[in-house]
Structure formats: C-alpha cells, structure tokens
Design a protein around this ligand. Structure first.
Ligand code: ADP
Ligand code: MG
Length: 273
C-alpha cells in the first residue's frame, strides 16, 4: 500500500486551511503529523479520510484516486479515528460501536470471525468490561479507546488517527502507539497520526511532517524536523531539544516575543528566496 498526496489544497468557505500539501507514505511506515493549533492537521486528516473533499490536488491509494472509490472500499482501506470530543450524539453501546467497524467487511451479517475481531479489539483496549455500556456514559478517554477499537476492528490497510492519545492515560498512550507501530512493522499497514506531544511523535514515528499555516514547513526524521529553530518559527517558543533513548525531549522555555518572531519570519523569507 502506498498513500500519496499531491498538491492538496482545502479552504473552509474562502479561508484557506491547506496549501499545496505533497507527501507519500509506504506500507510499514508511521508518519507523524505535528504543528500548532490551527495549522491544518485535522483538516489534512479529514481530506485523507474522504470526510472532506480537497479543493485541489489528489489523494492516491496504490495509484487509485481516493475520490473515485466507493464508501465500502474506502471503509476496507482506511480506518479513521476522529479527534477526541468530535463524538457521536446518537445512543450506542461500546460493542455496537466497535462492531460498526466490521460493516465494510459484512456480506450476509455478522459472522464468527467478525465477533472474534471485535472481541480482540475490545480486549486490546481494556474495554471488555464496558462492552454493554452506552457510549455517552463513558469518560472522554474511554470513548477515545472505543473509537480506536472500532478502527482496529475495521482491519484497514491505512490508519488515520487524529490525536489518538490526547485523552488517554500514560499506560494506554504507550499501548496504542506501540500497537500502531506493530501494525505498521508486522502487518505492513500505513499509519498516519496527528500527535500533539512532540516527544511521543518523535519516538513512535518514522518520519514527521511539521505543518505551519496550512503548508508543510519541514518533513523528515524527528531530529531534522524538531530543531530549536523550526520550533521558534512554527510554535513561537524558545525550546531545548534533548536526545534521549525514548525519542526527543522538547522543553519549551519561553515564548518568542512578537518582535523577535517578526525578525525570524523575515530571515526565513529571505533564506527561502
Ligand atoms: P489543527 O488540527 O492543526 O488544530 P484544523 O485543521 O482543525 O487545525 O484547522 C485549520 C484551520 O481551519 C484553522 O484556522 C481553523 O480555524 C479552520 N477550521 C477548522 N475547521 C473549520 C470549520 N469547520 N469551519 C471553518 N474553519 C475551520
Ligand atoms: Mg486538530
């Protein structure tokens, strides 16, 4: 599987949110998307998941235009986990929600293999005891786990996860991110995940995309992307970046003052000419 994005652009009404985004991810790779609030991470993921239609550019799955694929086909290929808090309003139990993940695979009804996959997904996220509970009776972290379990039950080739660990406790942050790496490395899945925590992003991703105002500012290995200079321009902070055996540790020290930020922008503009 190869997910390729070429020249993608999107605007809400007339306000541009993404400009000329181009990248590709292969089977076995974990791509982390990072960037400050409002930089376009969720919009990009929604375009990849076919929730939004890009205004320009194309998303290809193994060379096929995503726009031309049918819902069921998309459901078998792409497992999308929306960001926490974007939840469903209708009443549904945990089991029913996770079972929805099997829909693209069903022909005549739910079979033993579907139940097995769902049971495994529930167990993996520690949700077995909660299977009969209503979704709206759960904490936001528990709900997030249910949506991740639903994507697992879908058995897609490509996982698109929007801040999957934002509401999870430390243990499940590690469990979920390690599982995604395992799915990439052992089953050849493509994993694209938006991560807020730069340390976790550097640790669990093979490559990072750093978004800035709707465009790719930097792409590549964590050490080349999360440099103090890039963090200064994109996040507006002075930060100390330390290498550890568990990825990079990013310590924000102080916000960059607006005059310094303007100078830095001017320097970057001159450099990129
Ligand atoms: P991120 O996920 O990086 O925080 P988003 O992709 O959610 O960023 O947002 C990118 C830009 O698009 C922001 O300026 C945001 O305000 C705007 N935006 C996001 N969703 C909508 C929407 N539904 N309607 C209008 N503007 C939106
Ligand atoms: Mg977002």
């Amino acid at each position: 599987m190869r997910l390729e994005v070429r020249g993608l652009g999107f605007a809400y009404s007339s306000v541009p949110a993404l400009r000329d985004v181009t990248f590709a991810v292969q089977s076995g790779e974990v791509l982390g998307i990072v960037g400050p609030n409002g930089s376009g991470k969720s919009t990009l993921l929604r375009c990849l998941a076919k929730v939004l239609k890009p205004h320009v550019g194309t998303v290809f799955l193994d060379g096929k235009d995503l726009a031309g694929l049918k819902g069921r086909e998309v459901g078998r290929l792409l497992g999308y986990v929306p960001p926490p808090g974007s939840g469903q309003a209708f009443p549904c139990t945990v089991l029913e929600t996770v079972l929805q993940g099997r829909r693209p695979h069903l022909t005549w009804g739910v079979g033993p293999r579907d139940l097995e996959v769902v049971t495994r997904a529930l167990a993996y996220l520690g949700l077995t005891e909660l299977a009969e509970r209503q979704l709206n009776e759960l904490s936001s972290g528990q709900r997030q786990k249910v949506l991740i379990a639903r994507a697992l039950a879908q058995e897609p080739e490509v996982f698109l996860l929007d801040e999957p660990t934002a509401t999870l406790d430390l243990r499940y942050q590690l469990e979920v991110l390690a599982l995604m790496r395992k799915l990439a490395k052992e089953q050849g899945c493509v994993v694209v995940m938006v991560l807020h925590d730069l340390g976790l992003a550097s640790r669990f991703s093979d490559r990072l995309l750093l978004l800035h105002q709707g465009s790719i500012f930097a792409a590549g290995g964590a050490e080349s992307v999360l440099t103090p200079e890039n963090l200064r321009v994109v996040y507006g902070v002075e930060a100390v970046v330390t290498k550890t055996p568990w990825g990079l540790q990013i310590t924000p020290v102080a916000p960059v003052s607006s005059s310094e930020k303007a100078q830095e922008k001017a320097r970057v503009a001159v450099r990129s000419q």
